[in-house]
Design a protein. Structure first.
Length: 432
């Protein structure tokens, strides 16, 4: 099926995996897709026949899905832990992640005898992970300036720590099942990276749970793609439904959600150059206005107070999210007259206060955007030079992704600065 395009050891593992699928009710030859070399992602799914919107791409039997309650035998050691977790949902907040992670690591430890052994054998090891959880300190340092990526990375570390804490708590109740050798921090980190990069959120009993669905996790991502799940009770399977139309031989994609590049990098270990949902977060010096912003009447009047304090996203087209609301707040903050109840009551949304005020607001916005652009370790021009250099491909995958990420973020900031500059000129030439 794969000829010599895949290393022999990987090829053998895949053949065993597909045989395992067939033995357990998923005959690859009868699905509408095949795992094969592709232009995007190296390997992915191609349409084995013409695919229409709404077609079933494949049926994944429930018993194959890791994390699905019905795939865990009742009264088994793992089944008892899952029952315990469901009884103590208030204590174990991340249950939807914890259950598949417990199962995955238990089966990985017992891989030789595990039902899921052939699937676990095709999962990537920690040495081939490219999410930020596996970045070196030097690679993380290169993210300086990318506020959202750094924040998301820090959250991912907290998630690993929290899950590890949950597992330590469970160990006190199930000491013979949850051993330190089976569940340590490095293994939990690996399982989190696997779950985020390959997992699906599948509905079970009206709840949405994280699961690993063998075969379904071989689809690559595209914002032009899309799939959805449908439970088929009669055959006890989850059906993966195509949201698009494909000709025979075309690569079939799923969409990992409307995620920006920071999310794609942290969760999946790649970025998308054509990402329509890419954003850059910028921060304002809200301490400068803390006395005014602390007033409840001001926060009630202006919806942008919270985002002004926490950070504002700049969209891929260079516009600021909720830009009109932000401009209203800034016009108020830069008004030279005294803040009073009458002023708040008479304030008109969406209206420039004066030419002088508008120029001050736009100059302030421009300075914030320039400061954000200057917070990176490199300039836009330097990143362009790095990406066009013959030595670029010799850099680590992680470093190449960081350079691409910050290059795209600085492009967005450049667009935003350009739009504000044009607006400034318009205001300067307008007599109010």
């Amino acid at each position: 099926m794969f000829h010599n395009t895949i290393p022999t050891s990987r090829n053998v593992a895949l053949q065993k995996f597909f045989q395992w699928l067939k033995n357990n009710g998923l005959e690859v030859e009868k699905t509408k897709v095949r795992y094969t070399p592709c232009e995007i992602g190296g390997f992915g799914m191609r349409a084995a026949q013409d695919v229409c919107k709404g077609d079933v791409l494949c049926n994944i039997p429930i018993r194959l899905i890791i994390g699905y309650r019905h795939s865990i035998p009742a009264n088994s050691p793992l089944g008892n832990i899952v029952d315990y977790l469901q009884e103590h949902q208030d204590t174990f907040v991340l249950n939807s992640m914890l259950i598949p992670i417990l199962v995955l690591l238990h089966e990985k430890y017992n891989r030789e005898t595990s039902f899921w052994g052939p699937y676990i054998d095709i999962l990537p090891g920690s040495d081939s992970m490219s999410s930020t959880l596996y970045f070196s300190d030097e690679e993380l340092d290169e993210l300086k300036g990318s506020i959202k990526t750094i924040e998301l990375h820090n959250i991912s570390i907290c998630v690993v720590d929290y899950l590890m804490s949950n597992i330590d708590d469970l160990r006190s109740t199930f000491p013979t099942i949850i051993s330190a050798e089976m569940y340590n921090r490095e293994l939990v980190k690996w399982s989190v990276a696997i779950l985020w990069s390959r997992g699906w959120q599948v509905s079970e009993n009206e709840n949405s749970n994280w699961c690993l669905a063998p075969y379904a996790d071989l689809f690559n991502h595209s914002f032009a793609g899309g799939t959805s799940w449908r439970y088929e009770k009669t055959v006890q399977a989850q059906s993966l439904i195509s949201s698009g139309t494909y000709n025979q031989g075309e690569q079939v994609f799923t969409e990992y959600g409307h995620k920006n590049n920071a999310q794609l990098l942290v969760l999946y270990g790649f970025i998308d150059f054509e990402n329509p949902y890419n954003i850059v977060e910028v921060r304002f010096d809200h301490e400068r206005f803390k006395d005014i912003l602390s007033r409840s009447d001001v926060s009630n009047k202006f919806n942008a107070v919270h985002s002004f304090k926490e950070g504002v996203d700049v969209c891929s087209d260079g516009t600021l999210c909720n830009q009109d609301e932000l401009l209203d707040l800034l016009r108020f903050l830069f008004d030279e007259t005294e803040v009073c109840d009458k002023k708040l009551q008479e304030w008109e949304s969406g209206k420039m206060f004066s030419q002088k005020n508008e120029i001050r607001v736009l100059n302030y916005l421009k300075s914030v955007l320039i400061a954000s652009q200057n917070s990176y370790l490199t300039t836009l021009q330097q990143d362009k030079a790095l990406m066009s250099s013959p030595s670029f491909d010799s850099l680590s995958l992680n470093l190449r992704n960081v350079i691409k990420l910050r290059h795209l973020e600085k492009q967005i900031l450049e667009k935003a600065i350009g739009l504000i500059t044009v607006k400034l000129e318009e205001v300067k030439n307008t007599y109010l």
